[in-house]
Ligand binder design. Structure first.
Ligand SMILES: *[C@@H]1O[C@H](CO)[C@@H](O)[C@H](O)[C@H]1NC(C)=O
Ligand SMILES: *[C@@H]1O[C@H](CO)[C@@H](O)[C@H](O)[C@H]1NC(C)=O
Length: 321
């Protein structure tokens, strides 16, 4: 039966753990569509070149699925997890979450259930970053978009009481900040590049300080638009793990929002110095990692390749640390 075949292939995986392998297909149950958004399930091989993946949302395969991927946001309130009682012993449960702690509730309900983690943190079994810098083979000259404006920020969720809200309130007393988004100047996707690329600086302010939580605000809105990111969130060292130290301005480099504002105003007048924030562009290009199917296919590849995985009894303890 399908069950024993799959079981066997899992045993092979465990036994021959240091061999590169191209074993059979893995049946991967996607417990919920992430945020209820369906996506194509058959792209692993055709789009990403990852073979041996059978992704499905059909819960009737639960009793013989090799893995179940549980997207936290969709179950955290309903608490509707797969049934523990009928869980096959070879089945791996993967905790999938790319939301920060500030919106991640009920983590304790996951204690002693998960076998692998899939988050933006680099210490996850499957790392899903929001973006990264890709080395360029032949050095290139980056054309800095024409700049006519100073500081932009696009914000949809306000999160009052967060450090970023307080920092913005203070910063705006000392420098002009143009705010776009839901409760401010509307900005459609079609005008995004032409609008934001005119700004010298972009406030890539994260809603919390969490290890490796560096989102599309930096990869897309700042780097992607050719603006210099002013970041608030994780400490500078954490950013430097992923990008050159002279590619961004960190609020923690300044003793106050006022001092940061003065720095930006001076940098605006110093073309040569401003251009140095683009030096890295001759060697790297920013890439955004988008597409739900990409993430799930990556999980499939990791399941094929995993030599082993961490045992994390408490997701809450790990993720909030
Ligand atoms: C995926 O697995 C299901 C359940 O075992 C099976 O019915 C289906 O034919 C498989 N799909 C492919 C493309 O192999
Ligand atoms: C997955 O983790 C659970 C809970 O720790 C454990 O009982 C189960 O044996 C693990 N399964 C595999 C395949 O490692």
């Amino acid at each position: 039966s399908a069950v024993s075949i799959r079981h066997q292939s899992y045993n092979q995986l465990a036994l021959h753990s240091n061999q590169s392998r191209e074993i059979g297909e893995l049946l991967i149950l996607i417990w919920t569509w992430p945020f209820g958004e369906p996506f194509p399930l058959n792209t692993c091989l055709s789009v990403y070149g990852i073979s041996g993946c059978n992704l499905t949302t059909d819960r009737s395969v639960y009793n013989h699925a090799d893995a179940v991927i549980i997207h936290h946001y969709d179950v955290m309130r309903s608490k509707h997890l797969p049934p523990k009682e009928s869980r096959p012993h070879y089945q791996r449960w993967i905790w999938f979450n790319i939301e920060p702690p500030i919106v991640t509730e009920n983590l304790n309900m996951l204690d002693n259930l998960m076998n692998m983690t899939m988050t933006y943190r680099h210490d996850s079994d499957i790392v899903i970053p929001y973006g990264y810098l890709k080395p360029i083979n032949t050095p290139q000259t980056f054309m800095i978009p024409t700049k006519t404006k100073l500081v932009a920020w696009v914000v949809s969720m306000w999160y009052p009481g967060t450090r970023r809200a307080a920092y913005y309130e203070d910063l705006k007393k000392y420098i002009q900040i143009d705010v776009y988004g839901k409760h401010h100047t509307p900005l459609g996707w079609e005008d995004f590049y032409s609008t934001i690329s005119q700004y010298k600086f972009y406030l890539a302010f994260e809603n919390c300080n969490h290890k490796d939580y560096i989102t599309e605000k930096l990869w897309g809105n700042a780097f992607g638009m050719g603006a210099v990111p002013v970041v608030l969130g994780a400490p500078r060292e954490n950013y430097e793990r992923y990008m050159p130290s002279d590619s961004f301005i960190h609020v923690d480099d300044f003793s106050s929002p006022k001092e940061l504002a003065e720095f930006l105003i001076n940098l605006d007048k110093d073309d040569l110095r401003y251009k140095q924030y683009f030096n890295w562009r001759s060697q790297y290009a920013p890439v955004r990692e988008v597409g739900w199917d990409r993430h799930y296919c990556k999980a499939c590849r990791a399941l094929h390749q995993a030599q082993g995985y961490q045992v994390i009894p408490s997701i809450a303890k790990w993720f909030l640390s």
